[in-house]
Design a protein. Structure first.
Ligand code: MTE
Length: 319
């Protein structure tokens, strides 16, 4: 999504080009076959086993479990990532982040609230029982996956700190530690730390979750260990990883990709097939592991639940 050509090229084209350049004979026509291609070309796939998360429940609420969708294989979810703190190569994040140490992690929740708190990972786990949420994930680069996250509604954590009436937005921040996140040694990649934001009513929507796992296990580093945001009706870049700070604020907070390219990435970033990225169409997407392209759904298919949050707003202005 940045300046690098491979970040803006649809994944099937990217993999085709790489196979053409590097082997010349491997006809990788979809991102799914790209995994086979990588095996052939010696880019090691990381197979990931993390500690299981006990006492998982599956909520019955509509929309919490994507209906009629095949799960994206775990191998794809943990080997095809965006995490610019480690590398801008999607297939290199798993290796680059493999040793990321989250011991002693703390998340500071504060700002405009009555009961600010600092939570360690046990505190975070105690906020609410872990739920499996099977969500579509649509990246702004026009690829998508279906991911069985483990987490709970962000609103449960926010309720604990008792937001004041003056709180209108929630700001999120990723860890800043160049000794553990190598690309933070330079500001040529992005402005660090990675920051994101939501309007408070968006953050309180039950679909927005804090995720601590996927496929029933603790999050691997490449997917945002130990805790990340998932907002399924928005483009994937809103899903800030490895969060250390959550702050209730009264004004729209800055967001990393909007600061980097304001004409290309807005604050809202709601999935919208009718609002093209200036450099590519958003009408269709490549579901990782499938051949052909799917039509992209308004609000990524979650419109029944979230469209009312944007009633009366011009979505071409507030993109
Ligand atoms: N969070 C941080 N801190 N740094 C990042 O580079 N990339 C974002 C988002 N969260 C990113 C981040 C983008 S562009 C996407 S599409 C998703 O993470 C990708 O999540 P995944 O790798 O788990 O699929």
């Amino acid at each position: 999504m940045g300046e690098l050509d491979r970040e803006v090229t649809p994944p099937e084209v990217y993999f085709n080009r790489r196979s053409f350049l590097r082997a010349g004979i491997v006809a990788a026509t979809t991102a799914g076959t790209a995994l086979a291609y990588r095996r052939l070309n010696g880019v090691e796939l990381q197979s990931v086993e993390r500690p299981p998360i006990p006492n998982l429940t599956r909520p019955a609420a509509p929309g919490f479990i994507a209906q009629g969708e095949a799960l994206t294989p775990k191998d794809s979810i943990v080997n095809y990532n965006n995490f610019y703190e480690f590398t801008t190569n999607k297939d290199g994040v798993a290796a680059a982040a493999a040793g990321f140490d989250t011991t002693g992690w703390r998340v500071e929740v504060g700002g405009l609230c009555a009961k600010p708190r600092v939570l360690d990972l046990d505190d975070l786990r105690r906020v609410s029982p872990p739920e499996e949420r099977i969500y579509r994930m649509r990246c702004v680069e026009a690829w998508s996956m279906v991911i069985p996250w483990v987490g709970y509604s962000l609103g449960k954590l926010l309720a604990l700190v008792e937001p004041l009436g003056s709180a209108k937005y929630v700001a999120f921040q990723t860890l800043f530690d160049p000794s553990r996140m190598p690309n933070q040694k330079t500001d040529a990649v992005l402005d660090w730390p990675y920051v994101e934001g939501l309007r408070l009513d968006e953050a309180m929507h039950p679909l927005a979750i804090l995720a601590t796992g996927l496929y029933g296990q603790e999050l691997p580093p490449q997917d945002g260990a130990p805790v990340r945001l998932v907002v399924p009706w928005k483009y994937g870049f809103k899903g800030i990883k490895s969060i250390v700070k959550i702050t209730l604020v009264d004004k729209e907070p800055p967001t990393t990709w909007n600061k980097s390219a304001p004409d290309e990435y807005g604050f809202y970033a709601n999935v919208n097939p009718n609002h093209d990225h200036p450099r590519w169409s958003q009408a269709t997407e490549q579901r990782i592991g499938e051949s052909g392209r799917r039509k992209t759904l308004m609000f990524n298919g979650y419109g029944d639940q979230v469209a009312s949050l944007y009633a009366g707003m011009d979505l071409d202005v507030h993109f």
